[in-house]
Design a protein around this ligand. Structure first.
Ligand code: NI
Length: 174
């Protein structure tokens, strides 16, 4: 298990469409373990493989509250369907767009079909935070970021802010 570098905007890899996984094997589980470690280390609740530079259709997530036991979830080749007509606004953030938060509206209920950590089929209805998070992470697999839903002005401002934050971090590390 290892903590990997999280790619941030405007890294062009974040615009790539991720490719389906052929089978869930130990190599893929090692990737999922690294993704989970990386996500926990960054205090995130969801992470797509492309965010650590791997263009595979894999997502990890943990929606447990800080005082609850960890509850990691793994999604391999996830497919979403049957979105609700009701939209819910939620203030989103993203480990690839650090320090930026803004409101995005998404269906508040959606069906999730996927493979899990062991390659078993999962078929669930996601609601609330789970619905928000899985839709946000699915977008990553298509090369879409939450800031793509904002106005061009807000999006450009977000990218500039992240560039500044990352530059300051590099300076601190040097
Ligand atoms: Ni994200």
């Amino acid at each position: 298990m290892a903590i990997r570098e999280i790619r941030t905007v405007p890294d062009p890899i974040l615009k790539e469409v991720s490719q389906p996984v052929e089978k869930v094997d130990d190599d893929l589980r090692a990737l999922m373990d690294d993704m989970l470690d990386t996500m926990y280390a960054a205090d995130g609740i969801g992470l797509a493989a492309i965010q650590i530079g791997v263009p595979k259709r894999v997502i990890v997530m943990d929606l447990a509250k800080p005082d609850e036991e960890p509850a990691p979830k793994f999604f391999v080749n996830p497919v979403l369907s049957d979105p609700s007509d009701t939209l819910q606004p939620y203030e989103e953030g993203c480990l690839s767009v650090p320090t930026v938060f803004d409101e995005v509206e998404r269906p508040d209920r959606i069906r999730v079909q996927s493979m899990d950590y062991d390659g078993n089929q999962v078929d669930e209805i996601a609601e609330g935070m789970y619905a928000v998070c899985i839709q946000h992470e699915m977008d990553h697999l298509e090369g879409v970021l939450f800031i793509d839903y904002l106005s061009r002005l807000k999006r450009n401002r977000a990218v500039q802010k992240v560039k500044k934050v990352e530059k300051a971090k590099d300076k601190d590390a040097a």
